[in-house]
Design a protein around this ligand. Structure first.
Ligand code: SAM
Ligand code: SF4
Length: 326
């Protein structure tokens, strides 16, 4: 088992398949074009499987594939089908634009739950946020997944003054559709234009929703990062991921593997361990994994302050979100 010094059991690994993306969301990707990691420095499909197997042997039983955009990997199908043979619950986070190519594959691999990012229901705003004119394709792909019986969680990064006017449009979507909308508080990463003024908090999100709807709190599972709710009578649900104002670190069970094979014990951790190079040298990964886990801080990588308005982004040592894998 993978237990850290704060007695948290870690059984969930998020693997980034690539730091490349077909979208350009400003809150995720630095404004100046960043160079994507060359193929030779990325984990190959076989290396992903081998490293994932080590984690599974140490107690990991849930794996989420993410990125960058995981579906831009040419060998995505090989990766998914090989990981699907492991004794894990396999899931995926995607921007959704290529999902139409992979729906059958996901079913074949036993993936029934997919997280899709969609920050606006307005095609023009979508273009402004992602720099891609692909709203219709993403929305259609989400609708198709829902119709095929997938459980679909829609991730909405909630940015003050940019999409906060649409919070109740997203909640309205849950009236007829069994969709699970998750509003995510804006988090600071390397060069992502974060400032405290742009954060729309858990409390503010609920206030907006309660002006229009009667909603009830749903129970949260032990390791949930979300605070779940539903509007009375709606078939879908909504939730808030409140990293900035009410973090969930005390029950954290997550580990991360970047596309270039570095282990991170927290989204905000300063430290990384180079598992891929060690694997390529033929070394045993277990000691490295345990050493890295032993360094896990009690909360927010030991970097973010409890009062987010006091955060000085110039003092944060981290990658951009796109190169960590969200
Ligand atoms: N490309 C895929 C996608 O967009 O879903 C997977 C990778 S993306 C980095 C994973 C998640 O992180 C997305 O839901 C995205 O909205 C979220 N995200 C990225 N930057 C963020 C930030 N600064 N604050 C909060 N969430 C962020
Ligand atoms: Fe790409 Fe996802 Fe980041 Fe947007 S949030 S730039 S879709 S990786």
């Amino acid at each position: 088992m993978l237990i850290d010094t704060h007695q948290r059991i870690h059984n969930y690994l998020r693997i980034s398949l690539t730091d490349a993306c077909n979208f350009r969301c400003f809150y995720c990707m630095p404004e100046e074009e960043v160079e994507v990691t060359p193929q030779s420095k990325l984990m190959s499909a076989d290396e992903i499987l081998a490293i994932a197997k080590t984690f599974v042997s140490l107690g990991v039983n849930k794996i989420r594939l993410t990125g960058g955009e995981p579906l831009v990997r040419k060998d995505f199908a090989d990766i998914v089908l090989s990981l699907a043979k492991l004794p894990v619950k396999l899931t995926l986070t995607t921007n959704g634009v290529l999902l139409n190519r992979y729906t059958d594959l996901l079913q074949e691999a036993g993936i029934h739950s997919v997280n899709v990012s969609l920050d606006t229901l307005n095609p023009y705003k979508f273009l402004a946020l992602t720099k891609r004119d692909q709203f219709a394709q993403v929305k259609q792909n989400i609708d198709t997944l829902i119709n095929k019986g997938f459980s679909v969680k829609v991730n909405v990064v909630t940015l003050k003054g940019i999409n906060t006017q649409e919070i109740n449009d997203f909640v309205e979507w849950t009236r007829e559709a069994p969709v699970h909308v998750r509003f995510i508080e804006f988090m600071p990463f390397d060069r992502n234009q974060w400032n405290a003024e742009k954060v729309f908090t858990y409390h503010q999100i609920l206030e907006v929703i309660r002006e229009q709807y009667d909603c009830i709190k749903l129970p949260d599972a032990q390791h949930d990062t979300t605070k779940k709710y539903m509007v009375t009578g709606h078939v879908g649900t909504f939730a808030v991921i409140s990293t900035m104002t009410a973090p969930f670190c005390s029950s954290c069970n997550r580990l991360r593997l970047t596309a270039d094979g570095k282990m991170k014990n927290c989204l905000f951790s300063k430290t990384e361990s180079d598992l891929l190079s060690a694997y390529r040298r033929g070394e045993d990964l277990e000691p490295l994994i345990r050493e890295n886990l032993a360094l896990k801080e009690k909360g927010l990588g030991g970097q973010l302050l409890p009062d987010f308005t006091q955060i000085d982004t110039t003092e944060l040592a981290n990658r951009s979100m796109i190169s960590i894998g969200g």
